[in-house]
Design a protein around this ligand. Structure first.
Ligand code: NI
Length: 274
């Protein structure tokens, strides 16, 4: 078992739990090195749609998404039959203005339940000054309305902000070391500030759901990472056999099309903007 009973209880009560060590610093550094090898070859930070559902494109990202230590903790939260619905890199470059407004993740996802957990895995140290996430404890018990801002420095898909004033003094900082993760509930209000350090802040956010959930806005895709899927609500995605090979790129494009249809319903967006 990965989480203690009191950690599971804290997740249910507060909407989050951290820090959870899931890999060694060396292992995290080796994943970071693989990401940055791609970035060097591509000539810049991982960008556009490559930042999302990255586990379909790169074998190393698929390995993170299926990491036993991550899945052991997730299983304690949502049970043994687990789909990975999404993955996203949230990278803040050193000394950069990128931030994330206070928001709830599930607002535009179209999933028909809130039993959705995000594992935010740190591939580099994420101290408070790097713009670590901030959580608003116990805010996961209701859906709040949001306003779309599409603000340039906001890393979120629509720049969405929760339409309530979050008392800043109630925000809890979520510093993580490389190789640690946090878990948070899909309705937990959270955000983060700019990175004021000289290193990149690199988080890989994995969105896990129990197989019983369904997508209400589109024919959608997900990756079965543990257990059985007796519901068939999602078409299952293949694992990449080589980084960015034709089959992986095609599977990724198909899945991204479905997620863009769901996330940007009611707008004219045709791809992820950040
Ligand atoms: Ni979020």
């Amino acid at each position: 078992m990965s989480l203690t009973p009191s950690q599971v209880e804290a997740y249910r009560r507060d909407g989050y739990v951290f820090p959870i060590p899931v890999m060694t610093r060396d292992e995290a550094a080796s994943f970071r090195a693989k990401l940055e090898a791609h970035e060097r070859a591509a000539g810049g930070p991982i960008a556009g749609n490559l930042r999302h559902k990255t586990h379909l494109l790169f074998t190393w990202a698929n390995d993170i998404a299926r990491h036993p230590a991550i899945l052991d903790a997730v299983e304690q939260i949502i049970g043994p039959d687990i789909l990975l619905w999404g993955s996203s890199f949230f990278i803040k470059e050193a000394n950069s203005p990128a931030y994330v407004s206070w928001h709830q993740d599930g607002t535009y996802w179209g999933l028909d339940g809130s039993d959705v957990v995000t594992a935010w895995v740190a591939l580099a140290d994420a101290p408070v000054e790097s713009g670590a996430m901030r959580f608003w404890p116990r805010s996961h018990t209701k859906q709040h309305s949001h306003t779309d801002t599409f603000h340039d420095n906001n890393l979120l898909s629509r720049g969405q902000e929760v339409a309530v004033d979050v008392p800043e003094e109630e925000g809890v900082d979520v510093p993580l070391k490389a190789g640690e993760m946090s878990l948070h509930h899909v309705l937990l209000v959270h955000g983060s500030n700019p990175n004021r350090t000289n290193d990149r802040r690199i988080g890989f956010a994995l969105r896990y759901i129990p197989t019983r959930l369904a997508q209400t806005k589109a024919d959608d895709f997900a990756t079965l990472v543990r257990g059985q899927d007796t519901f068939g609500h999602f078409s299952h995605e293949p694992s990449p056999s080589a980084d960015l090979d034709d089959a992986a790129v095609a599977a990724h494009a198909r899945s991204m099309g479905a997620q863009v249809a769901a996330l940007y319903e009611g707008t004219d967006k045709t791809e992820f903007r950040a």
